[in-house]
Design a protein around this ligand. Sequence first.
Ligand SMILES: O=C(O)[C@@H](O)C(=O)CO
Ligand SMILES: [Mg+2]
Length: 253
Amino acid sequence: MPKFAANISFLFTEVPFLERFGEARAAGFEAVEILFPYDDPASQIADRLAGAGLDLVLINAPPPNYTGGARGFAAVPGGEARFEKDFKRAVRYAQHLGAQHLHLMAGTAEGPEAHDTFVRNLAWATAQEPEMSLTIEPINGHDMPGYFLNDFDLAAQIIAEVGAPNLGLQFDAYHAQRITGDAMRVWDAHHALVRHIQIASAPDRHEPAKGEIDYPTFFEAVDARGYTGWISAEYHPSGRTTDGLDWFYAARG
Ligand SMILES: O=C(O)[C@@H](O)C(=O)CO
Ligand SMILES: [Mg+2]
């Protein structure tokens, strides 16, 4: 039976950020993820998590929010010092909040130098925090033009090159569908590397209830592979968040 988390950077945006924890719990979620928690003190977020009885599945590095700015630095040649500084701050947040995974964003870059930079930075980060689960996530080029990690086979190759047990794949089915047109095939090819899953309809990025991905079949495929991690709802609700949760109530059984 899949276990579902709410991405409260996308869901429950009807209310201010610190109120989203209680909303997510009231809707039935037992865990949340937050893309960029850095605008609020970690202690306040920890209080909200504890108060609502929620686990924190994942946060992203780098801080702060990248709105209008860079999408990370891990693959950006010359960005090593910035990557290391951001990584250390993100780790402090992740540890304080008990985040299960830290997603390291590659940034906008291309070519062999970016590839080598990404591998070097990931090797450094995995060695720096061997107890922490670190993920990389391929993101489609419609949403993030120029983002370095835009291919699942490339992500698998990079994970193999780094060769660290605490580096895994963040499988966002929406991005897999937009990149390849066949999220199920990508899941079948790369499921063994997956530490965290995110879902949304494709191509609209709304509730995982219609569109190109057959989610009931996907959830069965995930179960069939013995995946025991979280599946995070990372979509833009088409109306009020709570009006669009039928998929969740149906899938969690
Ligand atoms: O898919 C996404 O957009 C996120 O998971 C992410 O980390 C980049 O913002
Ligand atoms: Mg995602």
